[in-house]
Design a protein around this ligand. Structure first.
Ligand code: PRP
Length: 212
């Protein structure tokens, strides 16, 4: 049995064509089914529906052989024990710093200054501002980061930006682009040895669907 961990939403939707290229079709829609283990047209391939931030954990501990997860999640979680054979170029977005449009960011990030940043990307933010020599007080949030500057809780946020519509709707502006994000295929290293042929088949099918 080959087990693939996926999160619902954009990653799931954009993975379906890649699975199809590998001859795999998921038989149920996670948006309507309450099932967490989804069968596929291949009796020896199944899909686990997990939270995006839990995908690396399932693969690391062998709950799943493979998973698809964002570069952001891998950087925050760490990638110990995970083999990362492919950048799938799906669920593309960026991680940026955003502030209220009336906030003077250039003065606030002068070397040696101090900034309060709300984010769920604590590790990425700490590294980014440390490299700039800016002291940051980080406030960990789990979602709706855009609120923090609006209610005076933080000077800035570090969050994913795709279309920019969420920032615009909340009167925030993007002031720095930290990095580009896309989703990666991750593989449990022990599973790669024990189930080499079927896992290689999936990796190769994904790679050729991507033109690699
Ligand atoms: C992400 C992110 C922003 C939004 C950006 O949230 O946190 O809020 O998308 O997209 P946009 O630039 O196209 O408006 P998501 O919907 O993934 O949910 P989350 O709050 O759980 O991260």
């Amino acid at each position: 049995m080959i087990t693939l961990a996926l999160s619902k939403g954009r990653i799931f939707d954009e993975t379906l064509p890649l699975l199809k290229a590998a001859g795999i079709e998921v038989l149920e829609d996670p948006e309507t089914s309450r099932k967490l283990i989804l069968a596929t047209n291949q009796p020896d391939v199944r899909v686990l529906v997990v939270r995006a931030t839990d995908v690396p954990t399932y693969v690391q501990y062998g709950g799943a052989d493979l998973g698809i997860t964002g570069r952001d999640t891998l950087l925050e979680h760490g990638s110990q024990g995970l083999y990362q054979p492919l950048d799938l170029q799906i669920a593309k977005c960026r991680i940026s710093v955003a502030v209220r449009s009336d906030f003077d960011y250039p003065s606030a990030v002068k070397k040696g200054s101090r900034l309060t940043v709300a984010t769920k990307y604590v590790a990425i933010s700490r590294d980014f501002f440390a490299a700039k020599g800016v002291h940051v007080d980080l406030i960990k949030l789990y979602g709706s980061m855009e609120l923090a500057p609006l209610v005076g809780m933080a000077d800035a946020i570090v969050d994913l930006v795709s279309t920019g519509n969420t920032l615009k709707a909340n009167h925030l502006i993007e002031v720095e682009h930290i990095m580009d994000i896309s989703s990666r295929l991750v593989v449990n290293q022990a599973a790669l040895k024990l189930k080499q042929a079927p896992i290689r088949r999936i990796i190769d099918a994904f790679a050729s669907a991507l033109g690699k």
